[in-house]
Design a protein around this ligand. Structure first.
Ligand SMILES: Cc1ncc(COP(=O)(O)O)c(C=O)c1O
Length: 315
C-alpha cells in the first residue's frame, strides 16, 4: 500500500498492470495495454529487490511523454544493466522504514537528476514553502521532511548499506546454489545476468501441486522446521483491499475513485491481473537478513529440501 497511498493522496487513480511470473515485476506488454491519454506516470516496483525490466518501460514512457518514478523501497543498490535502480527513471523513491536495507526508524528519500522535479519535490517536504526562491506556500505541500536526528542516523546507515546489500546477496546466492536442482518444484529468485538483486526478502514460488499439497501446507511444514515464512505476501492484490475495491479512501468520500470527470478508468475487480493473483496464491516469502550465518542459510536450504523430498516420496 506504501506505493499506492501517495498516488491516491494526489487525487490520481492507480491503474494496475500485471506482473511477470518470473520476476514479480511489471509485465511491459500488459503495461502498454493499460496506458491511456490520462496516464501521467509509471511506477515500477522493484519487488523484493529484483529490478524491473526497465528498457521497455523507458521506451514507452519516452514515446508517450510520461514520467517514470521507480519504487526502490525494497531494492537499495540493485542494478539493471550496470545502472543502479532509482537512476534510470525520472525519480527514485526509497523507504527508510525499519525493515529496509537501511533505516532511520521511518521515513524515505526521493532522488532525481532533474532540477525542476527536485525543486517541486522539496515543496512536498516543507508545506509548499519554496525556500530557494524565498516564496512561502506556493502550493499545498505536506510536511514530509525528516528530522535532523533522523538525517544523522541515515548518514551513518549510508556507510554500511553497501555491505548490507552485498552480504544479503552473497547469502541468497548461497541458497540459490543449494536449491537450483529443484527448479521444477521451486522458482528461486535467481536474476538474469544483467541484473543484481538486493534481496530485501527471499521469495520462492512453490509448485505445490507437484508435491500433492497446497502452498499453505508447504508454508506450515517450513514453519514446523523452524523457518519463519509467509505465504501470499500481502494476502491479496492491492486492488482487492478495502480502500480500493470498496472505494473507502476517505471517511466521507471515495475520491478520486469516484471522480465524475474520470469515469472510464475500469475499476478494481478480481481477475484484473491474473498472473499477479496466481503469484500471490503460490508465493512463499522467507525473511532475509545480513546477519544470517552460513549455518542459518544451510538450515533453510536443508528444511526446504527435506519438505520437497518428503512429499515427492509420499505422492
Ligand atoms: C515496495 C514498497 N513501496 C513503498 C513502501 C512505502 O514505504 P514507507 O513505509 O517508507 O512509506 C514500502 C514499504 O513500506 C514498500 O515495500
Amino acid at each position: 500500500m506504501g506505493t499506492i497511498i501517495p498516488i491516491l493522496f494526489q487525487g490520481a487513480i492507480p491503474i494496475f498492470s500485471d506482473l511477470t511470473e518470473d520476476t514479480y515485476t511489471l509485465d511491459p506488454t500488459d503495461l502498454k495495454r493499460k496506458i491511456t491519454e490520462k496516464t501521467r506516470a509509471i511506477v515500477p516496483v522493484h519487488l523484493f529487490g529484483m529490478p524491473t525490466d526497465m528498457d521497455p518501460i523507458m521506451e514507452v514512457a519516452e514515446e508517450k511523454g510520461i514520467f517514470v518514478v521507480e519504487d526502490c523501497a525494497q531494492a537499495y543498490l540493485a542494478e539493471y544493466k550496470g545502472k543502479l535502480v532509482g537512476t534510470i527513471g525520472d525519480m527514485g523513491a526509497f523507504s527508510l522504514q525499519q525493515s529496509k536495507h537501511m533505516s532511520t526508524g521511518d521515513g524515505g528519500m526521493t532522488i532525481t537528476n532533474n532540477e525542476e522535479l527536485a525543486d517541486y519535490a522539496r515543496l512536498f517536504a516543507d508545506k509548499g514553502w519554496d525556500r530557494a526562491k524565498g516564496r512561502k506556500y506556493v502550493m499545498l505541500g505536506m510536511n514530509y521532511r525528516m528530522t535532523e536526528l533522523q538525517g544523522a542516523v541515515g548518514l551513518a546507515q549510508l556507510k554500511k548499506v553497501k555491505w548490507v546489500v552485498e552480504r544479503r546477496r552473497e547469502l541468497a546466492e548461497r541458497l540459490n546454489n543449494q536449491l537450483e536442482d529443484l527448479s521444477d518444484i521451486l522458482h528461486l529468485p535467481i536474476p538474469p545476468k544483467h541484473i543484481k538483486h538486493s534481496y530485501w526478502q527471499y521469495p520462492v514460488l512453490v509448485n505445490a501441486e507437484k508435491l500433492g499439497i497446497t502452498p499453505l501446507d508447504f508454508s506450515k511444514a517450513l514453519a514446523a522446521e523452524g523457518i519463519p515464512n509467509n505465504v501470499g505476501y500481502v494476502g491479496e492484490p492491492l486492488y482487492l483491499k478495502t480502500p480500493l475495491v470498496d472505494k473507502k479512501t476517505f471517511r466521507h468520500s471515495s475520491f478520486p475513485l469516484d471522480n465524475p470527470y474520470n469515469k472510464d478508468w475500469g475499476g478494481y475487480f478480481k481477475g484484473l491481473c491474473p498472473t499477479t493473483e496466481k503469484i500471490i496464491e503460490k508465493i512463499i516469502v522467507i525473511p532475509w537478513n545480513e546477519n544470517y550465518t552460513y549455518d542459518d542459510v544451510d538450515d533453510i536450504g536443508e528444511a526446504i529440501r527435506k519438505i520437497v523430498n518428503y512429499y515427492l516420496s509420499h505422492r
